[in-house]
Design a protein around this ligand. Structure first.
Ligand code: APR
Length: 306
C-alpha cells in the first residue's frame, strides 16, 4: 500500500503536483520540502484548505527540513532552477547537478526505500546523478521526461488531425530536450500509420512543434517554464504506481545494455507498476532512430564533460 509521497521543491511544478495528489489520491501523507524558508509550509496550508471540497483525509505538511520526507514510498524531485528564455537545458546542468547531489544525500538518509522520480532539468543527466548518488536499484530511480513529451505530441497530433487523443497512439523517446526522437513510425491512429492521415510536410510540422514545445512555452512565460502538463505527467506516473496498473510509459531510465547502451539515462518505453520500472521495453528501432539515439548519447557525453 502506498502511504506517503514527498515532493521536493515547492515551486510551480511541485506545488501543482502536491495539489493533484491531495485532491485525487487517498494517500496517508504528502510532505513538501523546499529550501526557501516558509515556502513549502505556505503551499501546504493553502492546499490543506481545499480539504472540505474533496473530503480528503490526507495529512499534508510543508517544511524546509528534509526530515519531513522520512519513510516516503515515493519522492519526487522538482528542486532546482528553471530554464529561462534563451537558456538551454544544458546550461542548467552545473547549478542543478550540485542541487541533485545534495538532495540525493538527503533521500538516501531519510527515505532509503523510496521510488525516486526526477523532474529537474536537464533531465537525462540529473536522473543519472540521482541513480549514481543514491545507488538505489534502477527500477526505483527514473525521470519524468519522455512521458511529458509524448503527451505534448498527442496534443499536437490531435490539433493537426482532429482525431481524438483516445484514438491516437504515439510516443517520444530519447533525450528530454530539443533532440528528442519524435519518429513518425511511432504515431498511429486506431492502429493505422499516421501517414494515412497526414502528409510528409504535416508530419514534419508535428515533429518540430513537439520537439520545440517546452521552449515555445518559455518564450511566452519568459522567466518560468511549463508546470501544468509536467505536474500532471508526474501525477500520472504516481497513480500508475499507486494502482499497480502495468502501464507502458516512456520514462528516463538507467540503461545497462538495453539498446546497446550502458551506464546512462535516457527516455525509453517502460512497463510501470508498483515496483516502479518493472521492465525496460526494447522496441525494434528503425535505422534512422538508431542514428538519432547514437547522436543523443554523444550529446550526453559531450555535455557531461562540461
Ligand atoms: N532543496 C530543496 N528545494 C530547492 C533546492 C534544494 N536544494 N534548490 C532549489 N529548490 C527549490 C526552489 O526554492 C524552488 O522553490 O526548487 C523550487 C523550484 O521551483 P520553480 O523555480 O518554480 O521551478 P519549477 O517550474 O517548479 O520547475 C522545477 O522542473 O521542469 C523542471 O526545468 C524545471 O528543473 C526545473 C524543475
Amino acid at each position: 500500500m502506498l502511504n506517503k509521497v514527498s515532493v521536493i521543491g515547492a515551486g510551480a511544478v511541485g506545488s501543482t503536483l502536491a495539489f493533484h495528489l491531495f485532491s485525487r489520491l487517498p494517500l496517508r501523507e504528502i510532505a513538501i520540502v523546499d529550501i526557501a524558508t516558509g515556502l513549502a509550509k505556505g503551499v501546504s496550508l493553502d492546499i490543506e484548505d481545499t480539504r472540505a471540497f474533496f473530503d480528503s483525509s490526507t495529512q499534508i505538511t510543508g517544511a524546509d527540513d528534509f526530515c519531513a520526507i522520512a519513510n516516503s514510498d515515493i519522492v519526487v524531485v522538482t528542486a532546482g532552477i528553471t530554464r529561462k528564455e534563451g537558456m538551454s537545458r544544458q546550461d542548467l546542468l552545473k547549478i542543478n547537478a550540485k542541487i541533485a547531489k545534495d538532495v540525493s544525500a538527503h533521500i538516501k538518509k531519510h527515505a532509503a526505500q523510496a521510488i525516486v522520480i526526477v523532474v529537474t532539468n536537464p533531465l537525462d543527466l540529473i536522473t543519472y546523478i540521482f541513480a549514481r548518488e543514491t545507488g538505489f536499484e534502477r527500477n526505483r530511480v527514473f525521470g519524468m521526461g519522455s512521458s511529458l513529451d509524448s503527451a505534448r505530441l498527442l496534443n499536437i497530433l490531435h490539433q493537426e488531425t482532429k482525431i481524438s487523443t483516445s484514438a491516437l497512439e504515439a510516443f517520444v523517446f530519447g533525450l528530454h530536450s530539443n533532440d528528442m526522437i519524435v519518429s513518425s513510425e511511432r504515431m498511429h491512429a486506431k492502429g493505422e500509420a499516421i501517414n494515412k492521415f497526414l502528409n510528409k510536410e504535416e508530419i514534419k510540422k508535428v515533429q518540430a512543434r513537439t520537439a520545440l514545445r517546452g521552449g515555445e512555452i518559455i518564450s511566452f512565460l519568459k522567466n518560468k517554464s511549463a508546470s501544468f502538463a509536467p505536474s500532471f505527467s508526474i501525477f500520472r506516473l504516481i497513480s500508475t504506481i499507486y494502482e499497480d496498473k502495468n502501464e507502458i510509459i516512456p520514462v528516463c531510465a538507467l540503461l545497462k545494455g538495453e539498446y546497446g547502451l550502458n551506464d546512462l539515462c535516457v527516455g525509453v518505453p517502460c512497463f510501470i507498476n508498483r515496483k516502479g520500472i518493472e521492465r525496460i521495453i526494447e522496441i525494434e528501432l528503425k535505422e534512422e532512430e538508431k542514428e538519432k539515439l547514437k547522436k543523443a548519447v554523444e550529446l550526453i557525453k559531450e555535455i557531461n564533460n562540461v
